[in-house]
Ligand binder design. Structure first.
Ligand SMILES: O=P(O)(O)OC[C@H]1O[C@H](OP(=O)(O)OP(=O)(O)O)[C@H](O)[C@@H]1O
Ligand SMILES: Nc1nc2[nH]cnc2c(=O)[nH]1
Ligand SMILES: [Mg+2]
Length: 173
């Protein structure tokens, strides 16, 4: 569960997200070689779709599957974990049915609830996220940037351009 009303925010632009997702792909190159190239990506929807596209392009992975999990029903309040769609049988059967050679991609790990749920489906898969918070970090094999547990990450697809009042006006209020 993410703490309601986290103290800090970490807004991420499209450029920064692209850079960080590419950095994730760089970090995954040795792991990819170790398994003779990842056979498939399983993207954890919806947040994992964007980094999965970037990593797939960089590592030349052509088989992209989704696992659809929902738990944050009220944007920052976590509820029960619901699996809306499982991994397709053809991908679940790869690597002896345990996920070896499969790369699972999500945008972030927070409490680790989502990662724990997806890992149970493919225990030997490699789990990668762009961002990680301390509580979920032990569940991830590779990530790029750690933020504190009381930080809420705002992704570029959740934001838009908006007027910013001058700093001095805010300070006067
Ligand atoms: O480690 P946890 O505490 O489980 O949180 C991490 C998950 O939360 C977010 O997904 P969310 O359930 O909000 O759905 P979305 O990807 O569709 O936005 C994020 O994309 C991760 O999948
Ligand atoms: N956008 C976003 N979704 C989350 N789900 C769990 N933690 C987070 C977070 O920090 N940001
Ligand atoms: Mg998600």
């Amino acid at each position: 569960m993410a703490a309601p009303g986290p103290e800090k925010i970490f807004p991420v632009s499209w450029e920064q997200f692209h850079r960080d997702a590419r950095a994730l792909a760089w970090r995954l190159t040795a792991d990819a070689e170790a398994v003779g190239g990842f056979k498939a990506i399983v993207s954890v929807t919806r947040g994992g779709l964007v980094p999965a596209a970037i990593v797939a392009r960089e590592l030349d992975i052509r088989v992209i599957e989704t696992v659809c999990v929902a738990s944050y029903h009220d944007y920052d309040t976590q509820g029960a974990m619901t699996v809306l769609k499982e991994v397709a049988a053809s991908v679940a059967a790869l690597g002896g049915g345990q996920g070896r050679g499969v790369l699972i991609v999500d945008d972030l790990v927070d409490t680790g609830g989502t990662a724990r749920c997806v890992r149970a489906m493919l225990p030997e898969a490699h789990f990668a996220t762009v961002y990680a918070k301390p509580q979920g970090r032990p569940l991830v094999d590779t990530f790029v940037t750690e933020v504190s547990q009381d930080t809420w990450i705002y992704f570029p697809w959740d934001m838009g351009l908006a007027f910013q009042p001058p700093i001095r006006e805010g300070a006067a209020g």
